[in-house]
Design a protein around this ligand. Structure first.
Ligand code: G3H
Length: 249
């Protein structure tokens, strides 16, 4: 049985003091959550967030990392740095990283491998553009993204991985994928994992949906057979909305 996971991707929002205030709002609202709850604030907020999360059931995630442990990579953050401050999850290959910062399936794979080397759990993002969907390329695209992202992982690691299916046209647009469409693509993703690592591994992998998830549509999306949670952007910045999404379970 897969334990559902709701993660809030705060993107480039909140200063450290604002992050602490938001966490303090969220904590009591999700204290009795039946699913795993993760918040992913910006890098500079992580130490203060870790402190604010002490004693709560909420886990801490980062939004990105470099694949090297250290070195001349100005502006980058490594897995050991995240690990030392108590980060457990790290979002890898978000479409905004792919679009604005030239991340590729190869760099995503490098980061996924590095995350496991340092005992961080990656939340690997995949998803198609509107043009790709309309051209009927969604299945081929997500299968390729998954194959490249998970290349070289051992099966024990794959069982731990979290995948987020985020159709790019649904991110921040208020236009979510229908529960049925999201579930269909997530089944394709699970089938791809099964083809690479076997059916039992695929059944263990948690696959989230992301893209305009909000307090109103969460219950319908999360009720689907293969959707194991959500990666929430905008609505994760509003404590009450985020709590309603968490309580859909
Ligand atoms: O990582 C989260 C996604 O990009 C979804 O963002 P959104 O909920 O604001 O559409």
């Amino acid at each position: 049985m897969r334990k559902p996971i709701i993660a809030g991707n705060w993107k480039m929002n909140e200063t450290p003091s604002q992050a602490v205030a938001l966490i303090n709002e969220i904590k009591p609202l999700v204290a009795d959550a039946k699913c795993e709850v993760v918040v992913c604030p910006p890098f500079v907020c992580l130490p203060a967030a870790k402190d604010a999360l002490k004693g709560s059931n909420i886990k801490l995630g980062a939004q990105n990392m470099h694949w090297e442990e250290k070195g001349a990579y100005t502006g980058e953050i490594s897995a050991p740095m995240l690990k030392e401050i108590g980060v457990e999850y790290v979002i890898i290959g978000h479409s905004e990283r792919r679009q604005y910062f030239a991340e590729t399936d190869q760099t995503v794979n490098n980061k996924v491998l590095a995350a496991f080397t340092h005992d961080l759990t990656p939340i690997v993002c995949v998803g198609e553009t509107l043009e790709q969907r309309e051209a009927g390329q969604t299945e081929t695209l997500v299968r390729n993204q998954i194959k490249e992202a998970l290349e070289g992982l051992v099966t024990d690691a794959v069982r731990q991985v979290v995948i987020a299916y985020e159709p790019i046209w649904a991110i921040g647009t208020g236009r979510n994928a229908s529960p049925e469409d999201a579930n269909d693509v997530i089944k394709i993703i699970r089938d791809t994992v099964a083809g690479m690592f076997g059916q039992d591994v695929a059944e263990a992998v948690r696959i989230q949906y992301g893209g305009s998830v909000n307090a109103k549509n969460a219950a319908d999306l999360l009720a689907m057979s293969d959707i194991d949670g959500a990666l929430v952007g905008g609505a994760s910045l509003k404590a009450e909305d985020f709590a309603i999404i968490v309580k859909a379970y």
